[in-house]
Design a protein around this ligand. Structure first.
Ligand code: SF4
Length: 327
């Protein structure tokens, strides 16, 4: 009988604690200290159980064994530790919900929410190629004007800091032929037009050599802002700006792209192979034929290379005329 009453009292206590642990923090029940000493037993039980019921379960002559002397309630911290030790001692602490709740104890420091870092640049993640699979650009449902609007007053890469004007792709947006350079130089930066100055004049002659005019073709760069001191754009700078060109190519769908110089070739085609190995052979850019050749500025420094550019341009001309690369 004694042990049954002890178990009953402990269970009542546990259930109240459990309800509070489940969130019923305002559950206004005074929790008496569980004491099994003979002297304090009736006192504490009277706060919970009516005298009639108490008599039914706890005869007055009954002497419960003195298991533990109840300590007087003192500070709140002591109550909390008593409550915690009670929880740990009972089967309730083994219920799945309690360990979970305990992990969110108010005593435990919670980590402040971490800010999600948004990328400041667009990174062009060109998927790697497997085997002979060649991805194509697919159908574009945007316009050149929409791409320009998206570029806006672009500050996506550090090159914006030193530019005077953004140098966009210009020319005939229905063209079959697109020329792509590395980045604007001083003249282009001042005018906002690609390939002006001496290199631009030489490019115009190269275009004319295959029977076309500058206004028949499209001309642009991988990077639209001038690098300080005409340095080579870094790979992240190129990868940040390249998607704009890629989107324009998807809209225009030229038959051939002539890519000018080592940096432009490597940045457009995502390759580490140098221009001297790649030039003269058609490469693939998402289903579009690409002819790498020397940059006009390089030809100004080394005119002996004009011959090779002429050979490359004859292949481009034949491709445009016949629809397939000449052998
Ligand atoms: S180079 Fe391209 S990505 Fe960088 S700031 Fe200019 S337009 Fe933007």
């Amino acid at each position: 009988m004694k042990s049954e009453i002890s178990t009953l009292l402990a269970d009542i206590k546990e259930q109240i604690l459990y309800l509070q642990e489940l969130g019923a923090e305002n559950f206004s029940v005074e929790l008496p200290e569980i004491s099994f000493s003979a002297n304090s037993k009736a006192q504490s039980l009277k706060t919970e159980v009516s005298p009639e019921r108490l008599e039914r379960f706890v005869p007055t002559e009954f002497d419960l064994p003195k298991l533990e002397t109840a300590k007087p309630k003192a500070a709140g911290a002591e109550n909390a530790s008593t409550r915690q030790s009670l929880l740990e001692a009972t089967k309730l602490s083994r219920l799945p919900s309690l360990p979970k709740r305990n992990s969110f104890s108010t005593n435990q420091k919670t980590e402040p929410a971490r800010e999600i870092e948004m990328p400041k640049t667009i990174i062009d993640e060109t998927p790697p190629l497997f085997g002979d699979f060649k991805p194509t650009l697919g159908e574009s449902n945007e316009t050149i004007e929409e791409i320009r609007l998206d570029i806006g007053n672009c500050v996506r890469c550090p090159l914006h800091e030193g530019r005077t004007k953004i140098v966009h792709t210009t020319g005939n947006f229905n063209a079959d032929l697109l020329f792509v350079g590395e980045a604007p130089g001083a003249n282009e930066d001042a005018e906002g037009v690609p390939f002006v100055g001496r290199a631009g004049e030489l490019l115009n002659k190269i275009i004319q050599s295959i029977g076309l005019r500058r206004e028949d073709v499209l001309v642009g760069n991988v990077n639209r802002c001038r690098p300080p001191g005409n340095r080579t754009p870094t790979l992240p700078e190129a990868h940040t700006c390249r998607p704009f060109l890629k989107r324009e190519i998807a809209v225009v769908k030229p038959k051939v792209i002539v890519v000018l110089g080592n940096t432009a070739t490597q940045n457009l085609l995502d390759t580490k192979v140098g221009i001297t190995k790649l030039r003269g052979e058609f490469q693939d850019y998402f289903g579009i034929s690409v002819m790498p050749t020397f940059h006009p500025a390089y030809l100004l420094r080394d005119p002996s290379k004009k011959r090779e550019v002429w050979e490359d341009m004859k292949k481009v001309r034949d491709f445009l005329n016949n629809g397939t690369p000449s052998t």
